[in-house]
Design a protein around this ligand. Structure first.
Ligand code: MLT
Length: 273
């Protein structure tokens, strides 16, 4: 398995030119899009449809041709972190995972547009498989990747605006650790020992690019105080400064509370896969 990481959203446009037909793309927008989608699915949402633009989301909801039962459709997402109110429409949901409670989302299709997360997902549409991942479903995602034995895995960090987001790189590194540790010829090798070597365990089945090694090393450095490390990131600072959203940061850093694989199908819908 070859693992590569996209560390910045500036790298996303180039994906359109790449042949991703044998690649599994794993998209991380820890704060908060992919954490929110995973939570929605865990709470019974039928599917999430990520779209890039507000107008696209509104048009999709209004299009009875594309989706027959429009009553089951909710509009979700954010601009500048808050729920969208545009084109004469108040969106049903913002982008806080804590809003996506079972009583709100069960059985619903959620059309969502966010600043970075949904664009990163859309940038991967030509891949063999596209997954939405977060700390909330990290182990389930790693197990799926190992089970399916992909030859190439691209970890896509959605970022914050035009910049790298620390929390996305940390989650990508955490996934690398799960993949590397379990595929190493030294299955008992622990993170501390990997760290002492200052590099990855010798890659046998795993072939890690420099970008994946960067993510892993950053994760190994930060994992003992994940909340502390993330609290210094631009995205966390922004959310922590908004009283009604500050709890989202701790929520999104919980590990493996949603044991599911969030997979985007050829129809652009993310469901439990
Ligand atoms: C994004 O897609 O950029 C976000 O998830 C931002 C947010 O939730 O505030």
């Amino acid at each position: 398995m070859k693992i590569e990481t996209i560390l910045t959203p500036a790298e996303l446009p180039a994906l359109a030119q790449r042949d991703l037909r044998a690649t599994a793309c794993v998209v991380f927008d820890v704060l908060r899009a992919t954490s929110t989608f995973v939570t929605a699915l865990h709470h019974g949402a039928q599917a999430i449809i990520p779209v890039s633009e507000i107008a696209e989301a509104v048009a999709l909801k209004n299009s009875k041709l594309k989706i027959k039962n429009s009553k089951s459709i909710l509009l979700g997402g954010e601009r500048n972190g808050v729920r969208i109110s545009a084109e004469g429409i108040d969106f049903d949901l913002g982008n806080s995972p804590r809003e996506y409670r079972p009583e709100k989302v069960r059985g619903k299709i959620i059309v969502s547009t966010t600043t970075n997360g949904t664009r990163a997902l859309r940038a991967c549409v030509n891949a063999q498989t596209v997954l939405a991942a977060s700390f909330l479903n990290l182990t389930a995602t790693a197990e799926f990747l190992r089970r399916e034995n992909f030859t190439s895995v691209l970890l896509v960090c959605a970022g914050t605006g035009e910049n790298t987001a620390l929390e996305d790189v940390l989650a990508a590194g955490a996934l690398c650790e799960l993949l590397v540790e379990r595929d190493s010829v030294e299955p008992t090798l622990k993170s501390r020992e990997i760290r002492a070597r200052g590099t990855l365990a010798p890659p046998h089945k795993i072939d890690s690019s420099d970008s994946a090694q960067i993510a892993l090393l950053v994760w190994l450095e930060a994992k003992s105080d994940l909340a502390g490390a993330v609290s210094s990131s631009a995205n966390a600072r922004r959310l922590l400064a908004i009283p009604e959203l500050r709890e989202d940061v701790a929520f999104c850093l919980q590990q493996d509370i949603c044991p599911l694989v969030a997979r985007m199908g050829a129809d652009g819908k993310i469901g439990c896969g």
